[in-house]
Ligand binder design. Sequence first.
Ligand code: AGP
Length: 367
Amino acid sequence: DVAEKGGYETFMLKEIYEQPAAIKETIVDRLSDGIALSELGLTAEEARRLRRVVIVGCGTSYHAGLVGRYAIERWARVPVEMEIASEFRYRDPVLDAADLVLAITQSGETADTLAAMRLARERGARVIAVTNVMGSQATREADGVLYTRAGLEIGVAATKTFVAQVAVMLLLGLWLGEARGTLSSTERDRLITELRALPDAVRETIERVREPVRAIAEHWQSAGFFLYLGRHIGLPVCLEGALKLKEISYVPTDAYAAGEMKHGPIALLDERTPVVCVACDSPVLEKVLSNIAEVRARGAHVVAVATEGRKEVAEHAEEVIYVPRTDWMLQPIPAIVPLQLLAYEIARLRGLNVDQPRNLAKTVTVE
Ligand code: AGP
């Protein structure tokens, strides 16, 4: 067992440390000469004619799709809808051959995602499976397959497969932008350089945040509730961080668009509430800082995740965990690392089995 875990105390921790490799394997040979995604089976001409992209997935895969939505819309200027697979399959969606459907599923066996894929194909859409498992059911039911190459993930809580999914969605966004002529080659090349630097950025993040996160976890291990707030690409990071904490530590969490806070969740705040704010670089950073000020005015305690060098975040939050700077669209990848580790440390301090949390299966093959 110890050997299987490569000297780590759990599979989840091993898999968190394997994230730089998961990203590297997923992107490296697709970046040899520009962006090569021939496995998509989509020509540049077909990419130009796309009317819409629809992404479906469940749980963590849904969160990766949310990041993908921002990247594809920004770089390829095509409308993107993101749907929870179990909702999509029953809402009689309007789809046709001008739609590209991306089904994200690390296992390739999630029942609701497979059902959504079948429905989309019946209605004439082209369906691409984004999966980590070769030969999985999703690969057999799709028109094309885009593999993440994270390696086998054993911990029930998805970690390395999430960052690999986000990385592949970023690649796809760049490829579509190039094919559709909406992204300049200078900008594409700059972003490719940033993508290549991600594995090192994640390695550095893990080393840098481990101790500060442990101290925060020790302080807040008995908190009865955590609120996560973020905006724009910070929001899927919050949703994913909140899911990690609730699934392995059983602590109630909520993740909210920070701008929506005053429409309800602000009522939950008092001096016992830790609020995790993703305040990484983005065009809405100033807005996030005002939301942090609103949280603090209610006496709650803010732990912020920010881009290195952003001293102004420290003026707003009680604690700041800094992650390395990347292009702001790529920030979800380093930013999720401290939230994974926060969930991990709290669950360990509570003496829980992080690899096999109660009631959860690694692969949900029933509806
Ligand atoms: C993630 O930590 C969860 N265990 C779960 O939400 C998971 O992401 C979901 O069941 C989807 O699985 P899939 O990617 O294999 O389709």
